[in-house]
Design a protein around this ligand. Structure first.
Ligand code: FES
Length: 316
């Protein structure tokens, strides 16, 4: 067909996939804020930025003068002996495109103004300004080598008994670190890795062993050390069972018991922050601990399942 005889049709812009990619990026970013701000949010943000730039470039290239319609006069030849008619130029910045861009831009700005502060006020307080407590658990000499103790202490005496915590602590003797002999302790949290019930030592404890319960009142209120001889640890709620390294041996818990960091300062045991553990190989001072950031009860810390849980605010 002669091109001059072709019907004149407006050249509409082809549908773009960039907005869909941009929306997916924003969705991944928002989900990442809940499950993993570091990796998932970063990936979502990158996707949103890349597709947003492509979308904006596409939109502005249309505004920069790509003809939207071809006027019929352009295709008609001038009759012989006559001058070609003056062709009206295509509208350079179509009003519809301008309004579309303005509406989208204003919508994005208003959406950001409304959602960003609300999300920030909801999510951030759990992650900033949290107190990190260090607890003095008394002199190393209070802990007989190889003996387990049930230690109770207040995380923050200003909050009273509500901040009282329990751990299981054992003096493993000494271990060589960089050529020096340093004390080694195993300090296990009593929070069940299933739903958080208080785990108990499976074995006799206290006076029945003929051993004294030590009590000391210090900076962190009253600290009690009750000797115990556990065969493992057990949870009264749903029957979760752990061995003496905190490894899950039976029941519904999904990982080992959490542990505490510790340090020895001026001959005293100081409790640090809590971390989660998937499993422990070996025992005592030679144990190899598979350590992870602190997770909530019931959360997997390794394998693909770990991606499905929100980040926990720091605490101990
Ligand atoms: S809370 Fe411990 S087994 Fe369920």
């Amino acid at each position: 067909m002669n091109p001059d005889e072709m019907p004149d049709e407006p050249h509409l812009p082809s549908p773009s996939l960039w907005p869909i990619g941009f929306a997916i990026g924003v969705a991944v970013l928002l989900v990442g804020l809940i499950i993993n701000p570091l990796w998932v949010s970063t990936i979502g943000g990158a996707i949103a930025v890349i597709f947003g730039v492509l979308w904006a470039r596409d939109a502005t290239s249309e505004l920069r003068g790509r003809p939207v319609a071809i006027e019929p006069e352009r295709r008609r030849p001038a009759p012989p002996g006559e001058e070609a008619p003056v062709q009206p130029s295509a509208e350079r910045y179509p009003r519809s495109k301008f309004l579309e861009g303005t509406t989208l831009g204003l919508g994005a700005v208003i959406g950001g103004i409304v959602t960003v502060p609300v999300t920030g006020f909801l999510v951030l307080p759990g992650f900033v300004g949290q107190k990190r407590h260090k607890v003095d658990l008394g002199p190393v000499s209070d802990y007989a080598a190889g003996q387990w103790y049930i230690a109770t202490f207040m995380l923050d005496p200003s909050e009273g008994e509500v901040s009282r915590r329990t751990t299981f602590i054992r003096n493993n003797g000494t271990v060589t670190v960089k050529g020096k002999q340093v004390p080694s302790f195993t300090i296990i949290s009593n929070r069940c890795a299933h739903l958080g019930c208080p785990v108990q030592a499976n074995g006799p404890s206290g006076a029945i062993l003929g051993l004294k319960t030590l009590t000391e009142t210090g900076k962190n209120g009253k600290v009690t050390l009750t000797p115990t001889v556990p065969a493992g640890f057990g949870c009264p709620c749903h029957g979760g069972q752990y061995d003496t390294e905190g490894n899950r041996t039976a029941g519904p818990p999904v990982r080992a018991l959490d542990r505490y960091e510790y340090s020895i300062v001026d001959g005293r045991v100081w409790l640090g922050k809590t971390y989660s553990v998937s499993k422990v190989d070996g025992a005592g001072a030679q144990a190899r601990i598979h350590r992870y950031r602190l997770a909530g009860p019931g959360e997997h810390v390794d394998g693909p399942e770990q991606w499905f849980y929100p980040l926990n605010p720091p605490h101990n």
